[in-house]
Design a protein around this ligand. Structure first.
Ligand SMILES: Cc1ncc(COP(=O)(O)O)c(C=O)c1O
Length: 371
């Protein structure tokens, strides 16, 4: 690594977060580490391996390709492919021991026909839509599926799951409705079909709805990385942000009053100013929407981003901080001294969520794993 722009991921924080979520589980409940989108930008294989060592029961991915990456990286946990998959993916479930979600009658039929032709039993989890309005069997499709279940003799339903649409809003009603539908479905199910795993809760559903029946597997994504799913949660677990995104000061320059700074001259010096140039930009996932609005940490203090964020460089007004030197470390996300910048702080400025901030951190930024 020549450029000193990198991401550190703290194993200690990740393990701390797993422990916090374990405290939210009902007796017998288990965790699934959701490591899709490269572990929300934290590294899928690395985070799944730590989760495996910490006694997490499952890993969850969105894509078959992501499941294969985990297997090739040495992950031996059961892996659930949470998303929809194309028919070209069929051979890989058996080959890499990945459990597909059947998310529609068509996907169930494809898998049944494939497993029958190959002469094996395919374990699956069946997704039902209880109010998300996304993938999953609707109520009438589910009814029909059970009616014809005998014709799916090469599928072994090991799990039933659903997904919460609004558990992060600090409201009961929409989520309780989803729990109620999900639980009614499980209670009404023929004992012959009763699967080992039932799951509906994400990070918010796991920490905020402890009084409700919520299945026995809990799919945790954002919380494992130490990010709160939203500011509206009522029971906020004590989480530690696992990521630190760092760069350095690569140039310091003094400008006269009235000097335009960066593309478009959107910021102009109002006094003689000292501007630090730092080695990060939107090509690294430090969004252009942060132009003129975000702050960074240098020497433990907050300093403002001025002018437009460029692809590889960003400018900081350090006029009030004469102690800033060439080569000083800069924290974009994470802690320095007593100050901390959360991904959600950047998300608020960008008009998005911390999930997207983390997922957008680009591949060109090297990741280092502490501990
Ligand atoms: C199906 C499914 N389950 C679980 C999760 C994890 O959610 P969270 O990151 O809010 O914990 C996601 C994330 O988007 C998901 O799509």
């Amino acid at each position: 690594m020549l450029r000193k722009t990198y991401i550190e991921i703290s194993r200690q924080s990740f393990c701390h977060n797993i422990a916090q979520f374990k405290k939210c589980l009902p007796p017998g409940g288990q965790l699934m580490a959701v490591v899709k989108a490269d572990g929300y930008g934290h590294g899928a294989v690395q985070t799944a391996l730590v989760a495996q060592a910490e006694g997490v029961a499952w890993a969850g991915v969105a894509l078959v390709e992501e499941g294969i990456e985990l297997r090739q990286g040495g992950v031996t946990l059961p892996i659930l492919v949470l998303g929809a998959w194309p028919k070209e993916a069929l051979p890989y479930f058996e080959q890499y021991q990945l459990t597909p979600t059947i998310h529609s009658p068509e996907s169930a039929r494809l898998l049944q026909d494939f497993a029958k032709a190959k002469g094996y039993q395919q374990p699956v989890h069946l997704k039902v839509d209880t109010g998300m309005g996304r993938i999953g069997f609707g109520p009438s499709q589910l009814f029909e599926f059970w009616e014809h279940f005998d014709s799916f003799d090469h599928l072994r339903v090991e799990g039933i799951d659903s997904h919460l649409a609004r558990a992060d809003e600090g409201l009961d009603e929409p989520t309780v409705t989803q729990f109620t539908r999900f639980n009614a479905l499980i209670e009404g199910m023929d004992a012959r079909f009763m699967p080992r795993w039932t799951h509906i809760a994400n990070s918010s559903g796991t920490c905020d709805f402890k009084d409700f029946e919520r299945g026995n597997l809990f799919r945790i994504g954002i919380g494992l990385y130490g990010q709160l799913p939203s500011a509206q949660l009522r029971n906020k677990p004590d989480l530690k942000q696992a990521i630190t995104f760092k760069t350095e000061v690569v140039q310091l320059r003094d400008f006269e009053v009235n000097s335009p700074i960066s593309y478009g001259g959107t910021w102009v010096t109002k006094r003689p100013s000292r501007i630090a140039c730092i080695a990060v930009g939107y090509g690294d996932g430090y969004s252009r929407a942060l132009s003129n609005r975000a702050q960074v940490l240098i020497r433990g203090q907050r300093m403002p981003v001025v002018g437009r964020v460029c692809m590889d460089l960003t400018l900081i007004d350090v006029t009030d901080f004469p102690e800033v030197c060439l080569g000083d470390q800069v924290v974009l996300i994470g802690r320095q001294g007593d100050e901390e910048i959360l991904a959600s702080e950047l998300a608020d400025i960008m008009g998005t969520i911390n999930y997207e901030v983390c997922c957008n951190l680009s591949k060109r930024v090297p990741r280092f794993y502490l501990g």
